[in-house]
Ligand binder design. Sequence first.
Ligand SMILES: O=P(O)(O)O[C@@H]1C[C@H](O)[C@@H](CO)O1
Ligand SMILES: O=c1cc[nH]c(=O)[nH]1
Length: 299
Amino acid sequence: MAEKFCLSNPNLTDEDHLYHIALSTSDNLPQRFGDVKYVCMGGKERRMQKFAELLYDTLGKPKNSELTEQPTPGHRLKNISQSGGRYCFYKVGPVAIVNHGIGNPSLSVVLNEMLKLIHHAGCTDVSFFRIGTSGGLGMKPGTVIITKQAYNGLLENCYRQVICGKEIRYPADTNPQLAEDLLKCAKDFKIEAIAGNTMGTNDFFEEQARLDGAFCEFSRQEKSDFLKRAHDEFGIRNFEMESCCFSGLCARANLKCAIVCTTVVNRLERDDVTADKSLLEEWEFYPQQLVAEYIKRSC
Ligand SMILES: O=P(O)(O)O[C@@H]1C[C@H](O)[C@@H](CO)O1
Ligand SMILES: O=c1cc[nH]c(=O)[nH]1
Protein backbone atom coordinates (compact mmCIF):
# COMPACT_ATOMS: atom_id res chain seq x y z
CA MET A 1 0.00 0.00 0.00
CA ALA A 2 1.25 3.50 -0.83
CA GLU A 3 2.63 5.46 2.09
CA LYS A 4 0.59 8.38 3.42
CA PHE A 5 2.16 11.78 2.95
CA CYS A 6 3.53 12.92 6.29
CA LEU A 7 5.11 16.23 7.23
CA SER A 8 8.04 15.93 9.61
CA ASN A 9 7.15 18.91 11.83
CA PRO A 10 6.91 17.40 15.36
CA ASN A 11 4.70 20.29 16.51
CA LEU A 12 1.76 19.37 14.28
CA THR A 13 -1.16 17.87 16.22
CA ASP A 14 -4.58 16.48 15.27
CA GLU A 15 -6.09 19.92 15.78
CA ASP A 16 -5.09 22.43 13.15
CA HIS A 17 -6.62 25.56 11.64
CA LEU A 18 -5.78 26.29 8.02
CA TYR A 19 -6.74 29.91 8.49
CA HIS A 20 -6.13 31.31 4.98
CA ILE A 21 -7.99 28.53 3.17
CA ALA A 22 -10.80 28.51 5.75
CA LEU A 23 -10.55 24.83 6.67
CA SER A 24 -9.64 22.99 9.84
CA THR A 25 -9.10 19.45 11.01
CA SER A 26 -12.74 19.39 12.17
CA ASP A 27 -13.87 19.59 8.49
CA ASN A 28 -13.58 15.86 7.65
CA LEU A 29 -10.31 16.35 5.76
CA PRO A 30 -9.56 12.62 5.20
CA GLN A 31 -13.06 11.98 3.80
CA ARG A 32 -13.15 15.09 1.62
CA PHE A 33 -9.53 15.29 0.46
CA GLY A 34 -7.89 11.92 1.18
CA ASP A 35 -8.08 11.00 -2.53
CA VAL A 36 -6.14 14.08 -3.75
CA LYS A 37 -3.21 13.10 -6.02
CA TYR A 38 -2.61 16.41 -7.80
CA VAL A 39 -2.44 19.92 -6.41
CA CYS A 40 -2.54 22.60 -9.12
CA MET A 41 -1.71 26.18 -8.28
CA GLY A 42 -1.48 29.44 -10.22
CA GLY A 43 -1.62 33.15 -9.52
CA LYS A 44 -5.05 34.32 -10.61
CA GLU A 45 -8.35 33.28 -9.07
CA ARG A 46 -10.15 33.43 -12.42
CA ARG A 47 -7.55 31.24 -14.15
CA MET A 48 -7.82 28.59 -11.48
CA GLN A 49 -11.62 28.68 -11.52
CA LYS A 50 -11.58 28.20 -15.31
CA PHE A 51 -8.98 25.45 -14.98
CA ALA A 52 -11.14 23.65 -12.40
CA GLU A 53 -14.12 23.78 -14.77
CA LEU A 54 -11.91 22.52 -17.65
CA LEU A 55 -10.74 19.61 -15.51
CA TYR A 56 -14.28 18.81 -14.46
CA ASP A 57 -15.15 18.22 -18.14
CA THR A 58 -11.79 16.65 -19.09
CA LEU A 59 -12.07 14.06 -16.30
CA GLY A 60 -15.72 13.28 -17.16
CA LYS A 61 -17.41 15.08 -14.25
CA PRO A 62 -15.92 12.92 -11.50
CA LYS A 63 -18.25 12.18 -8.59
CA ASN A 64 -15.67 13.03 -5.95
CA SER A 65 -15.81 16.75 -6.85
CA GLU A 66 -17.22 19.53 -4.65
CA LEU A 67 -20.09 21.23 -6.46
CA THR A 68 -21.81 24.53 -5.79
CA GLU A 69 -25.45 24.44 -4.66
CA GLN A 70 -26.46 27.05 -7.25
CA PRO A 71 -24.63 26.19 -10.50
CA THR A 72 -24.60 28.58 -13.45
CA PRO A 73 -22.94 27.92 -16.85
CA GLY A 74 -19.18 27.74 -16.29
CA HIS A 75 -19.60 27.88 -12.50
CA ARG A 76 -20.51 24.39 -11.34
CA LEU A 77 -17.83 23.98 -8.70
CA LYS A 78 -17.78 25.19 -5.13
CA ASN A 79 -15.10 27.63 -3.98
CA ILE A 80 -14.22 25.78 -0.78
CA SER A 81 -12.16 28.67 0.67
CA GLN A 82 -14.52 31.51 -0.26
CA SER A 83 -15.21 32.52 3.34
CA GLY A 84 -11.46 33.00 3.96
CA GLY A 85 -11.46 35.76 1.33
CA ARG A 86 -7.78 35.17 0.43
CA TYR A 87 -7.53 32.28 -2.02
CA CYS A 88 -9.91 30.20 -4.13
CA PHE A 89 -9.90 26.41 -3.79
CA TYR A 90 -11.74 23.83 -5.91
CA LYS A 91 -11.80 20.02 -5.72
CA VAL A 92 -12.33 18.06 -8.95
CA GLY A 93 -11.97 14.29 -8.56
CA PRO A 94 -8.38 13.67 -7.39
CA VAL A 95 -7.30 17.26 -8.07
CA ALA A 96 -7.12 20.23 -5.69
CA ILE A 97 -6.99 23.55 -7.53
CA VAL A 98 -5.88 26.67 -5.69
CA ASN A 99 -4.72 30.18 -6.58
CA HIS A 100 -1.67 31.68 -4.90
CA GLY A 101 -1.59 35.39 -5.74
CA ILE A 102 1.63 37.20 -6.71
CA GLY A 103 5.08 36.31 -5.43
CA ASN A 104 6.82 33.96 -3.03
CA PRO A 105 5.28 35.29 0.24
CA SER A 106 1.68 34.91 -0.96
CA LEU A 107 2.48 31.49 -2.41
CA SER A 108 4.34 30.35 0.72
CA VAL A 109 1.29 30.88 2.95
CA VAL A 110 -1.14 28.87 0.83
CA LEU A 111 1.47 26.24 -0.05
CA ASN A 112 2.16 25.62 3.66
CA GLU A 113 -1.57 25.20 4.24
CA MET A 114 -2.03 22.89 1.24
CA LEU A 115 0.87 20.74 2.47
CA LYS A 116 -0.76 20.57 5.89
CA LEU A 117 -4.09 19.74 4.26
CA ILE A 118 -2.70 16.73 2.38
CA HIS A 119 -0.87 15.67 5.56
CA HIS A 120 -4.05 15.77 7.70
CA ALA A 121 -6.10 14.17 4.91
CA GLY A 122 -3.61 11.24 4.67
CA CYS A 123 -3.07 11.62 0.90
CA THR A 124 -0.70 9.34 -1.03
CA ASP A 125 1.50 9.96 -4.11
CA VAL A 126 0.75 13.66 -4.51
CA SER A 127 2.32 15.83 -7.24
CA PHE A 128 2.23 19.62 -7.33
CA PHE A 129 1.90 21.78 -10.46
CA ARG A 130 2.17 25.52 -10.96
CA ILE A 131 0.48 26.85 -14.09
CA GLY A 132 1.38 30.44 -14.74
CA THR A 133 2.55 33.27 -16.95
CA SER A 134 6.07 34.58 -17.36
CA GLY A 135 8.32 36.90 -19.31
CA GLY A 136 10.27 34.91 -21.90
CA LEU A 137 13.99 35.38 -22.49
CA GLY A 138 14.58 35.05 -26.22
CA MET A 139 11.33 33.10 -26.63
CA LYS A 140 8.49 33.85 -29.02
CA PRO A 141 5.53 34.97 -26.83
CA GLY A 142 3.08 32.13 -26.35
CA THR A 143 5.88 29.56 -25.97
CA VAL A 144 5.47 27.43 -22.85
CA ILE A 145 8.49 26.95 -20.58
CA ILE A 146 8.61 23.86 -18.40
CA THR A 147 11.03 24.69 -15.60
CA LYS A 148 14.07 22.50 -14.98
CA GLN A 149 15.74 24.56 -12.25
CA ALA A 150 14.61 27.73 -10.51
CA TYR A 151 17.07 30.58 -9.92
CA ASN A 152 16.53 33.57 -7.65
CA GLY A 153 17.31 37.18 -8.57
CA LEU A 154 20.96 36.63 -7.56
CA LEU A 155 21.18 33.79 -10.08
CA GLU A 156 21.37 31.15 -7.34
CA ASN A 157 19.61 27.82 -7.85
CA CYS A 158 17.85 27.87 -4.47
CA TYR A 159 14.98 29.20 -2.38
CA ARG A 160 16.28 31.49 0.36
CA GLN A 161 14.18 31.68 3.50
CA VAL A 162 14.81 33.66 6.67
CA ILE A 163 13.96 31.62 9.78
CA CYS A 164 14.50 33.03 13.31
CA GLY A 165 16.80 35.67 11.89
CA LYS A 166 18.93 33.20 9.95
CA GLU A 167 18.96 32.59 6.24
CA ILE A 168 18.47 29.01 5.05
CA ARG A 169 18.81 27.86 1.41
CA TYR A 170 16.82 25.02 -0.06
CA PRO A 171 17.44 23.41 -3.47
CA ALA A 172 14.94 24.63 -6.06
CA ASP A 173 14.64 21.90 -8.70
CA THR A 174 11.60 20.31 -10.31
CA ASN A 175 10.94 16.67 -11.19
CA PRO A 176 12.60 15.67 -14.51
CA GLN A 177 10.10 12.88 -15.29
CA LEU A 178 7.10 15.18 -14.86
CA ALA A 179 8.79 17.74 -17.11
CA GLU A 180 9.43 15.10 -19.77
CA ASP A 181 5.82 13.82 -19.63
CA LEU A 182 4.49 17.38 -19.93
CA LEU A 183 6.74 18.03 -22.93
CA LYS A 184 5.28 14.94 -24.55
CA CYS A 185 1.72 16.26 -23.97
CA ALA A 186 2.82 19.55 -25.56
CA LYS A 187 4.14 17.71 -28.62
CA ASP A 188 0.88 15.76 -28.98
CA PHE A 189 -1.15 18.99 -28.63
CA LYS A 190 1.18 20.89 -31.02
CA ILE A 191 1.82 23.50 -28.34
CA GLU A 192 5.28 25.10 -28.56
CA ALA A 193 7.05 24.18 -25.36
CA ILE A 194 10.62 23.76 -24.16
CA ALA A 195 12.33 22.74 -20.93
CA GLY A 196 14.47 25.55 -19.54
CA ASN A 197 15.57 27.26 -16.37
CA THR A 198 13.40 29.91 -14.75
CA MET A 199 14.29 32.98 -12.74
CA GLY A 200 11.83 33.55 -9.89
CA THR A 201 12.24 37.06 -8.51
CA ASN A 202 10.73 39.06 -5.65
CA ASP A 203 9.71 41.90 -7.94
CA PHE A 204 8.20 42.31 -11.41
CA PHE A 205 10.10 45.46 -12.37
CA GLU A 206 13.71 46.19 -11.37
CA GLU A 207 14.53 42.67 -10.19
CA GLN A 208 13.54 41.41 -13.65
CA ALA A 209 15.73 44.18 -15.16
CA ARG A 210 12.78 46.23 -16.41
CA LEU A 211 13.51 49.85 -17.19
CA ASP A 212 9.85 50.88 -17.03
CA GLY A 213 8.94 50.52 -13.34
CA ALA A 214 8.34 53.45 -11.01
CA PHE A 215 12.10 53.46 -10.32
CA CYS A 216 15.22 52.67 -12.32
CA GLU A 217 18.81 53.44 -11.46
CA PHE A 218 20.59 51.07 -13.82
CA SER A 219 21.60 51.58 -17.44
CA ARG A 220 20.37 49.87 -20.59
CA GLN A 221 23.81 48.28 -20.83
CA GLU A 222 23.55 46.81 -17.30
CA LYS A 223 20.12 45.45 -18.20
CA SER A 224 21.28 43.79 -21.40
CA ASP A 225 24.44 42.38 -19.74
CA PHE A 226 22.28 40.83 -16.99
CA LEU A 227 19.76 39.33 -19.44
CA LYS A 228 22.55 37.97 -21.64
CA ARG A 229 24.33 36.41 -18.65
CA ALA A 230 21.08 34.86 -17.35
CA HIS A 231 20.36 33.43 -20.81
CA ASP A 232 23.84 32.28 -21.87
CA GLU A 233 25.46 31.20 -18.57
CA PHE A 234 22.43 29.99 -16.61
CA GLY A 235 20.05 28.74 -19.30
CA ILE A 236 17.27 31.04 -18.04
CA ARG A 237 14.39 31.08 -20.51
CA ASN A 238 11.73 32.90 -18.48
CA PHE A 239 11.04 35.14 -15.49
CA GLU A 240 8.24 34.79 -12.98
CA MET A 241 7.87 35.28 -9.22
CA GLU A 242 7.12 31.95 -7.54
CA SER A 243 9.32 29.18 -8.95
CA CYS A 244 11.98 29.28 -6.18
CA CYS A 245 9.48 29.02 -3.31
CA PHE A 246 7.31 26.51 -5.16
CA SER A 247 10.10 24.08 -6.07
CA GLY A 248 11.99 24.74 -2.83
CA LEU A 249 9.07 23.91 -0.52
CA CYS A 250 7.91 20.93 -2.62
CA ALA A 251 11.44 19.47 -2.54
CA ARG A 252 11.64 20.14 1.21
CA ALA A 253 8.40 18.14 1.63
CA ASN A 254 9.78 15.36 -0.65
CA LEU A 255 7.07 15.93 -3.25
CA LYS A 256 7.32 15.93 -7.03
CA CYS A 257 6.58 19.24 -8.71
CA ALA A 258 6.38 20.83 -12.15
CA ILE A 259 6.20 24.49 -13.20
CA VAL A 260 4.52 25.21 -16.52
CA CYS A 261 4.40 28.85 -17.60
CA THR A 262 3.42 30.47 -20.84
CA THR A 263 5.42 33.52 -21.97
CA VAL A 264 3.57 36.81 -22.52
CA VAL A 265 6.48 38.97 -23.73
CA ASN A 266 10.00 38.46 -25.11
CA ARG A 267 12.21 40.35 -22.66
CA LEU A 268 15.03 40.59 -25.20
CA GLU A 269 12.70 42.81 -27.25
CA ARG A 270 10.66 44.80 -24.75
CA ASP A 271 9.63 45.26 -21.12
CA ASP A 272 5.91 45.97 -21.27
CA VAL A 273 3.22 43.39 -21.98
CA THR A 274 1.25 44.67 -24.96
CA ALA A 275 -0.55 41.62 -26.38
CA ASP A 276 -4.31 41.99 -26.49
CA LYS A 277 -6.67 40.30 -24.05
CA SER A 278 -7.77 37.48 -26.35
CA LEU A 279 -4.17 36.55 -27.25
CA LEU A 280 -3.15 36.64 -23.59
CA GLU A 281 -6.08 34.35 -22.76
CA GLU A 282 -5.08 31.95 -25.51
CA TRP A 283 -1.46 31.83 -24.29
CA GLU A 284 -2.59 31.47 -20.67
CA PHE A 285 -4.70 28.49 -21.67
CA TYR A 286 -1.74 26.39 -22.94
CA PRO A 287 -0.37 25.39 -19.49
CA GLN A 288 -3.94 24.53 -18.42
CA GLN A 289 -4.39 22.25 -21.45
CA LEU A 290 -1.05 20.54 -20.84
CA VAL A 291 -1.58 19.86 -17.16
CA ALA A 292 -5.22 18.78 -17.68
CA GLU A 293 -4.06 16.33 -20.35
CA TYR A 294 -1.21 15.04 -18.18
CA ILE A 295 -3.66 14.42 -15.30
CA LYS A 296 -6.17 12.71 -17.61
CA ARG A 297 -3.45 10.40 -18.94
CA SER A 298 -2.07 9.52 -15.54
CA CYS A 299 -5.12 9.08 -13.32
O1 LIG B 1 0.90 32.56 -12.31
P1 LIG B 1 0.99 33.96 -12.58
O2 LIG B 1 0.60 34.34 -13.96
O3 LIG B 1 0.13 34.75 -11.61
O4 LIG B 1 2.52 34.38 -12.32
C1 LIG B 1 3.30 35.42 -12.83
C2 LIG B 1 4.34 35.79 -11.79
C3 LIG B 1 3.66 36.86 -10.98
O5 LIG B 1 2.90 36.30 -9.95
C4 LIG B 1 2.74 37.54 -11.97
C5 LIG B 1 3.29 38.87 -12.44
O6 LIG B 1 2.54 39.41 -13.47
O7 LIG B 1 2.61 36.65 -13.09
O1 LIG C 1 7.52 39.39 -17.50
C1 LIG C 1 6.80 38.77 -16.72
C2 LIG C 1 5.53 38.30 -17.10
C3 LIG C 1 4.78 37.61 -16.17
N1 LIG C 1 5.27 37.44 -14.93
C4 LIG C 1 6.48 37.90 -14.55
O2 LIG C 1 6.89 37.74 -13.40
N2 LIG C 1 7.23 38.54 -15.48
